[in-house]
Design a protein around this ligand. Structure first.
Ligand code: SF4
Ligand code: F3S
Ligand code: FES
Length: 233
């Protein structure tokens, strides 16, 4: 076991006038995750520390936060791989609910707006709607999104314009626009062709660096831009 030092941003809007940092030290294994250290603090030192987590294994996307200045999932970062003190802050650009928990309402409204489900008016076939391997590969990368918001909250275009659809919702739109079984592509492309759609992306690449699922987000956004330019929807 080693002593691990953390500097955590705290903020309770019901009693604090502004966020502040608090220092903690807990015993952990170097192979523990930052999430383990946060839970150890909550369980043994300060029960008021508030954070969101669920699966603990990089699947649910609920523990996205800034760790040493970079957006990450706390359950995927090993303590031995980050320098100390480990500075932990909430995702940037969202309203803070308390400590490390941010308000995801607008994020999920943007997700719903791109219609993240299969649209197909034809009568359902008796079995599955067939698709070739090549057709599936067209959108496979964007199926991996777990809606953690690490990309959107790392994007300077989003920081300067919170109405920007943001990379996460564009990734979700891409997953269906390029699915050969889907017929709702035009609707989604029209939505993303607005001022706050894909054109707000300035190809900054922070989103790609932040994505814990290694999705090539900038490429996906570029494919939608290309579709809009050359199909002239
Ligand atoms: Fe998270 Fe990546 Fe999905 Fe963005 S694209 S929400 S970073 S999984
Ligand atoms: Fe933002 Fe990523 Fe575009 S960081 S500007 S969405 S390439
Ligand atoms: Fe589910 Fe980290 S707790 S992704």
């Amino acid at each position: 076991m080693i002593k691990v030092h953390l500097k955590i941003q705290r903020y309770n809007p019901e009693k604090d006038s502004k966020p502040y940092f608090k220092d903690y030290a807990v015993e952990c294994e170097p192979t523990d995750r930052v999430l383990d250290a946060l839970l150890a603090i909550k369980g043994t030192l300060d029960g008021s520390l508030t954070l969101r987590k669920s699966c603990g294994h990089g699947v649910c996307g609920s523990d996205g936060m800034r760790i040493n200045g970079r957006n990450m999932l706390a359950c995927k970062v090993l303590i031995k791989n980050v320098s100390q003190p480990i500075v932990v802050e909430p995702l940037k650009g969202f309203k803070i609910v308390k400590d490390l928990v941010v308000d995801m309402k607008q994020f999920f409204e943007k997700y719903v707006a791109v219609k993240p489900y299969l649209i197909n008016q034809e009568t359902s076939p008796e079995k599955e709607r067939l698709q070739s391997q090549k057709q599936q590969e067209r959108f496979e990368d964007t199926t991996k999104c777990i809606l953690c918001a690490c990309c959107t909250t790392a994007c300077p275009s989003f920081w300067s314009d919170p109405n920007y659809a943001g990379p996460a919702s564009i990734v979700q739109a891409h997953r269906f626009i390029f699915d050969s079984r889907d017929q709702g592509g035009e609707e989604r492309l029209n939505l993303l062709n607005q001022k706050e759609g894909v054109w707000r992306c300035r190809t900054i690449f922070n989103c790609v660096e932040a994505c814990p699922r290694d999705i090539n987000i900038t490429k996906a956004i570029g494919e939608i831009k290309k579709d809009l330019l050359f199909k002239k929807i």
